[in-house]
Design a protein around this ligand. Structure first.
Ligand code: APR
Length: 229
């Protein structure tokens, strides 16, 4: 495989989706064994569902937390974590990059390991298999701090991400179907800003912005692709 020396670039962005965690055992969202095949997002992953049955929605996310805790970061996560000075922007809520040691990961769609109260605005981290509590001290249900279907992305996070992508010179997209906006627009933002754009995916997304498409799995491709110093 033609290798890449990241030291020849000044600003590297790794942009990851569910496929990044697939070899760790975390199911993706779409495709034949995707989460949305077994679980209807209108019942489990939108504000309306939470408002009508918070316990059911919290239970669904508890099952996901348990499943993720049984999984572990792979070689690809570790390789990214070992490249200081690079940016990791992820759509994933599983915390796998952080478990591999990546610092400053930007979570576009929130985290399975954070809960918030929309009444008193409290936000708390909770890394346990079981939630510490389902309700806030103020009595309100705690809501997973995740961007669900129909939710707006956090404006501050979007601003930061847009700035980083618009100023990178290499953009490496790994394991995303590119079906969800605004993330689906990131490859074109990177390309229009002059970055060299790469996609790593066993079933490439079909996006036309990439200069190079590497058809393969993240855990296998990443360690072969980069020259490490
Ligand atoms: N390595 C790299 N890519 C892989 C691997 C792998 N081992 N296995 C699967 N893929 C690819 C698939 O081919 C697919 O293109 O990962 C992609 C997963 O796509 P989705 O399931 O749609 O996940 P993602 O793009 O991250 O979804 C975006 O949708 O439901 C929402 O909020 C959720 O963040 C999620 C968003």
């Amino acid at each position: 495989m033609e290798t890449i020396d990241l030291s020849t670039y000044s600003r590297t962005v790794f942009f990851t989706g569910a496929g990044m965690s697939a070899e760790s055992g975390v199911p993706t969202y779409r495709g034949k064994s995707g989460i949305w095949k077994d679980y209807d997002f209108e019942t489990y992953a939108c504000q309306k569902a939470f408002d009508s049955n918070p316990e059911k929605v919290l239970h669904f996310h508890k099952i996901r937390r348990r499943a993720v805790l049984d999984c572990h970061p792979h070689e690809g996560h570790r390789l990214i974590a070992g490249m200081p000075g690079t940016f990791v922007i992820t759509q994933n809520i599983d915390g796998m990059h952080q478990r591999a040691g990546s610092q400053g990961v930007i979570e576009l769609h929130g985290s399975l390991w954070r809960l918030r109260c929309d009444n008193c605005r409290m936000v708390k981290e909770d890394y346990n298999q079981e939630y510490e509590s389902l309700k806030c001290d103020c009595g309100n249900w705690l809501r997973p701090d995740i961007i669900w279907f129909g939710d707006m992305l956090d404006a501050g996070v979007m601003h930061k991400v847009t700035e980083i992508i618009a100023s990178c010179d290499i953009f490496i997209s790994i394991g995303t179907s590119g079906r969800v906006w605004p993330a689906a627009g990131f490859p074109s933002l990177a390309r229009d800003s002059g970055a060299y754009c790469i996609e790593i995916n066993p079933e490439p997304s079909g996006a036309t912005e990439y200069h190079r498409i590497i058809q393969g799995e993240a855990g296998k491709v990443l360690p072969e692709l980069f020259i490490t110093h």
